[in-house]
Design a protein around this ligand. Structure first.
Ligand code: ADP
Ligand code: MG
Length: 268
């Protein structure tokens, strides 16, 4: 059964002088427990899709269903994690994590125990009394992940969460996130600029084209790669062929301006 479906979703941004058609006829469906990625040039509408699924704004046209219910009517939690961690600097790690449940009036005796369990899951057990400024970028993203998971979201949305991190930290976090999503059987959508990251973390990849943002092509990641940790996917014999196949389409669809961005990634 499809867990999340988008049917002919289009989105316009209106201004006093005109409008931008950011998304055109996006249709896709994601199964429970599936991990999918969205890749494509800057401005193709990746963040717009995630903001709509996160219910931060409503699509101009089309229908979205989560667990067979219109998304707008559903009260299910949706987790959203961005490149910037948005931790409050004046609050400790634990207080940052408990903020969501507190605002939602969902704090129980179990909440702190759950928070400690999640902190241990991301190897941050000793940090609950630390302040964000005492932590590295990678550690802060792990806290942001715990803060997202504590609300027990039905689906996790990741908008380039690793792109500000150094390469080694990024690889470690990819492994950790992939492991956690599998352990807790979470459904996830990752937006990334990094094709290697998309292949190594996902079951399927949606490639978008721009102006207006549309899904140009969908790729299935080979079974053998899906069962490997992201770090090992990159060394698997099946990795390079799928990389080259998607890479070819990326370059066909991208403007010259964007080609430079992914050439750097190719060297990663
Ligand atoms: P991506 O995340 O793929 O880089 P976005 O979803 O941020 O793309 O943007 C898609 C298109 O919508 C771009 O043309 C962008 O300029 C435009 N856009 C995004 N946010 C806004 C906004 N708040 N107001 C007007 N236009 C926007
Ligand atoms: Mg974006």
């Amino acid at each position: 059964m499809a867990f999340l479906t988008l049917d002919n979703v289009s989105h316009y941004y209106f201004s006093t002088t005109g409008y931008t058609k950011a998304l055109e006829d996006i249709s896709l469906s994601i199964d429970e427990g599936e991990f999918v990625s969205i890749i494509g040039p800057s401005g193709c509408g990746k963040s717009t899709i995630l903001s709509i699924i996160a219910r931060l704004m409503q699509q101009t046209e089309g229908h979205i269903k989560l667990k067979n219910e219109p998304l707008a009517d559903s009260s299910l939690n949706i987790g959203y994690m961005l490149q910037q961690d948005y931790l409050f600097p004046w609050k400790t790690v634990m207080d940052n994590i408990l903020l969501g449940p507190k605002i939602n009036g969902q704090i129980t005796d179990q909440t702190k125990i759950h928070a400690r369990q999640l902190l241990a899951d991301v190897n941050m057990a000793e940090t609950e009394n630390d302040f964000p400024s005492e932590l590295s970028g990678g550690m802060r993203q792990r806290i942001a992940l715990v803060r997202t998971l504590i609300t027990n979201p039905e689906i996790l949305l990741f908008d380039e969460p690793f792109s500000a991190l150094d390469y080694v930290t990024k690889l470690k976090l990819e492994n950790l996130v992939a492991k956690l999503m599998e352990t807790y059987n979470k459904t996830a959508i990752l937006v990334t600029h990094d094709l290697g990251e998309a292949i190594s973390m996902s079951d399927r990849i949606f490639l978008m084209e721009t102006a207006p943002g549309r899904i140009a092509k969908t790729f299935e990641v080979p079974e053998e790669l899906r069962n490997e940790a992201p770090f090992f996917v990159r060394r698997h014999p099946k990795y390079q062929p799928i990389f080259d196949k998607i890479w070819k389409h990326l370059n066909d669809d991208m403007s010259d301006e964007n080609k430079g961005v992914t050439t750097d990634e190719r060297n990663n």
